[in-house]
Design a protein around this ligand. Structure first.
Ligand code: 6PG
Length: 230
C-alpha cells in the first residue's frame, strides 16, 4: 500500500534566492542538530543543481568537525571521475572546509553497483535517522538514482542501498539509497531548478507516483523550486 506523500511547496522568484535560502537552511539545520545531538548527518544530492549551494557552503563558517556527509546516490565510475557526485561535492565544497575525512562517507561505486550497495548498506546500519536529506529531481521524475519503472525500495524491509544497472540517465550503473532509507530523516528538501523540470513538477503536483513521490517521511517533504515551475 502506497503511503501518501505530504508535500510542502516553496516557490522562489529567482534561482539565486532559492540557493541563498538553501545555504541558510542547511547551516541552521546543522547548528540545531549539533546543539541538540552533538553531530549533523547530511545526505547530499548529486547532479548539477546543488553545485552553487555547495560552493557557497565552502565560504561559510560552520562547526565542520561535527558534520557527517553521506551521498544519496553515486555513479559507478572511477573515484576521481569528473561525473562522480562525490567529485562534484569535493571540488565545490568538501576539500575547502575542515570536515574530517573520516566523516565523509562516499559510496565505493567504483567497485560496481552490487558490491558498493552492500558495503554502503552495511555502513548505514550503524547510522540513525538523517538530520537532513537533499535531493534533486530529474526530468523524468527520478530522484537520487531511483528511476521510473525501477525498484524504489519503499518497503520497510528494503535494503538501505540499491544497485541500479540500467539507469536511463548515464551512466547506467549506479548505487542509490532506497526510498525507505531516504525517507528516514528529520528533514528532506528537494532542490529543483530549470525549465526542463516543469513536466515532472506538474506530474508530481497532479498526484502521479513519480519516484520523487515515493519519499514519504511522516512530516512530509519540502520542495524548493523556481516559482515559474509551479
Ligand atoms: C544523479 C543525481 C540525480 C540528479 C537529478 C537532477 O546522479 O544524476 O543524483 O538524481 O539529482 O538527475 O540532476 P540535475 O541537478 O543535474 O538537473
Amino acid at each position: 500500500m502506497d503511503v501518501p506523500q505530504i508535500c510542502h511547496w516553496h516557490g522562489y522568484e529567482t534561482t539565486a534566492a532559492l540557493e541563498r535560502s538553501a545555504v541558510c537552511a542547511i547551516l541552521e539545520t546543522a547548528e540545531s542538530a549539533i546543539r541538540q545531538r552533538g553531530d549533523f548527518h547530511l545526505v547530499l544530492a548529486g547532479g548539477t543543481t546543488p553545485r552553487r549551494v555547495y560552493a557557497a557552503l565552502s565560504q561559510s563558517p560552520a562547526n565542520w568537525g561535527h558534520w557527517h556527509i553521506y551521498f544519496g546516490d553515486e555513479r559507478c565510475l572511477p573515484p576521481a571521475h569528473a561525473e562522480r557526485n562525490s567529485q562534484m561535492a569535493h571540488e565545490s565544497w568538501l576539500t575547502h572546509v575542515a570536515i574530517p575525512a573520516t566523516n565523509i562517507h562516499t559510496i565505493s561505486a567504483e567497485l560496481g553497483a552490487r558490491e558498493a550497495a552492500q558495503r554502503y548498506a552495511a555502513k548505514l546500519a550503524s547510522v540513525g535517522e538523517f538530520d537532513l536529506v537533499l535531493l534533486g529531481l530529474g526530468e523524468d521524475g527520478h530522484t537520487a538514482s531511483l528511476f521510473p519503472g525501477h525498484e524504489a525500495g519503499e518497503a520497510a524491509d528494503a535494503p538501505d542501498a540499491l544497485a541500479v544497472f540500467d539507469a536511463p540517465k548515464p551512466p547506467p550503473e549506479r548505487v542509490s539509497l532506497s526510498a525507505h532509507r531516504l525517507s528516514y530523516a528529520k528533514r528532506i528538501v528537494f532542490l529543483v531548478t530549470g525549465a526542463g523540470k516543469h513536466p515532472a513538477v506538474q506530474a508530481w503536483r497532479n498526484g502521479e507516483l513519480i519516484p520523487a513521490a515515493r519519499i514519504t517521511p511522516p512530516q512530509g517533504v519540502e520542495i524548493w523550486l523556481e516559482q515559474s515551475l509551479l
